[in-house]
Design a protein around this ligand. Structure first.
Ligand code: C2E
Ligand code: MG
Ligand code: MG
Length: 399
């Protein structure tokens, strides 16, 4: 069952079937939806997807008699679809709880609600060729995000690509890197552009007296090319960047299906002085087999675990175990998605090697990053002094 509610005295309508629910929503977007995860023959997740396709901007209260894990994962799906999940309520629910949630929604500032909810009509789908054109037109840029050691020093930064398209506006990497991956040659050109731009940034920072390692993201596709380590080493030499000036991050993917070939490319990269991090550890395809077979130097713990560290025992257990795993395998560890001081301090207490996230800085254009570096050299200014003193030192090999 789903109940939709409009403000001004909460005019309430109820739907017990998916089709009547969707009709109700399409007729006029309500201010709030109490969505039971079991909606007749359908399920609440399908309805969340429907609300996403209709660009629903109101509040959603998820309800279920299933265990808390089901509700938590439905909430995560809603969040990742960009919906506003105002609350989750386990059933059986007391009326007072529902009233409390509705009151909180009522008192929150109203968000602009689309008068109608048109079918999303985006611009033409992105093709691999568009990515080549964007590079040639100078519409791609790298932003830099600091990676802060547990002791408070900054020796690394991650380079994240940004595309400003004149027709589409800003296009996020999640929307186009997978398109580049459909055409190996385009992905190779994109990665080499990223590597060259990162090398320029390294050089400019070194000239300013701030030589931080720039870590670039590479795709599993790049590792299919047995000569990739040679191209990277030649580029580093041509750009006069020293060993260690550029690091690599890779998310395990289906493109790494040939483990032997991938392991040999990664080993050659390490031998040529590139630190290689396993990105987004704990999600997607990342597996312990990969960790055992591939010569990574660093594990980056995915932000989904870091975000919930203080509220989810499961996430805390996973993060603690991954830090211990990294320690035992003599790998360095980085937690990404650190958004506040409490999470930073907890991670340091757990023995993390380094931290990255909005708490320190969002990804920044080059000039803003250089200024940030100059202003944040001291651990105290990064708010880590207390926790750094309490940290359990982690034995890590240098990258
Ligand atoms: P990633 O490598 O795991 O990068 C971290 C992502 O988390 C970035 O998203 C960053 O902006 C975001 N982030 C950093 N700190 C926080 C935080 O505190 N909270 C939250 N919620 N997010 C945070 P972005 O820039 O949208 O990049 C998404 C993904 O796209 C990257 O994930 C990476 O896999 C890929 N990507 C980015 N740039 C490149 C690139 O140049 N080449 C390739 N092949 N992939 C790239
Ligand atoms: Mg990364
Ligand atoms: Mg990541």
């Amino acid at each position: 069952m789903a109940t939709v509610a409009r403000r001004r005295g909460w005019e309430v309508s109820t739907a017990t079937r998916p089709d009547s629910f969707q009709d109700l929503i399409s007729a006029a977007p309500p201010d709030a939806i109490l969505l039971d995860l079991q909606l007749g023959a359908s399920d609440g997740i399908e309805q969340l997807r429907f609300l996403h396709t209709r660009n629903y901007r109101g509040n959603i209260v998820l309800m279920s008699g299933f265990d808390a894990r089901v509700l938590a994962s439905a909430q995560e799906i809603g969040d990742s679809l960009g919906l506003t999940i105002a609350a989750v309520i386990e059933k059986p629910a007391r009326i007072a709880r529902i009233e409390g949630v509705l009151l909180a929604i009522e008192q929150a500032p109203a968000k602009p609600q689309a008068a109608t909810m048109p079918e999303p009509a985006g611009p033409r789908a992105i093709l691999p060729h568009d990515i080549d054109e964007a590079i040639a037109a100078g519409n791609m840029a790298l932003q830099l995000q600091p990676i802060v050691n547990a002791g408070g020093t900054v020796e690394r930064a991650e380079a994240l690509i940004r595309w400003w398209d004149p027709m589409r506006g800003p296009v996020l990497p999640d929307a186009f890197v997978s398109v580049a991956e459909t055409d190996g040659a385009v992905m190779d050109r994109l990665t080499m552009w990223v590597a060259e731009t990162a090398a320029q940034h390294y050089r400019r920072l070194a000239e300013l007296g701030e030589p931080v390692q720039i870590c670039i993201n590479i795709s599993g596709c790049n590792l299919r090319d047995a000569d990739f380590p040679d191209h990277m080493a030649a580029l580093r030499e041509r750009m006069s960047v020293p060993w260690g000036g550029i690091g690599l991050e890779i998310t395990e993917s289906v493109a790494m299906h040939d483990l032997d070939a991938t392991a040999s490319v990664l080993a050659r990269l390490r031998l040529k002085g590139f630190a290689v991090a396993l990105d987004d550890f704990g999600t997607g395809h990342s597996s312990l087999t990969t960790l055992r077979r591939m010569p990574f130097s660093t594990i980056k713990i995915d932000k989904s675990f870091v975000r919930d560290l203080l509220t989810s025992n499961d996430s805390l257990t996973i993060v603690r175990s991954v830090i211990q795993l990294a320690h035992d395998m003599r790998l360095s560890s980085v937690a990404e998605g650190v958004e506040n001081a409490e999470v930073a301090h907890r991670l340091i207490e757990l023995g993390i090697g380094a931290l990255q996230g909005y708490y320190f800085s969002k990804p920044l254009p080059f000039d803003a990053f250089a200024t940030w570096l100059q202003e944040n050299r001291a651990a105290t200014s990064l708010g880590l002094a207390r926790a750094a003193g309490e940290a359990h030192p982690q034995a890590c090999p240098p990258d």
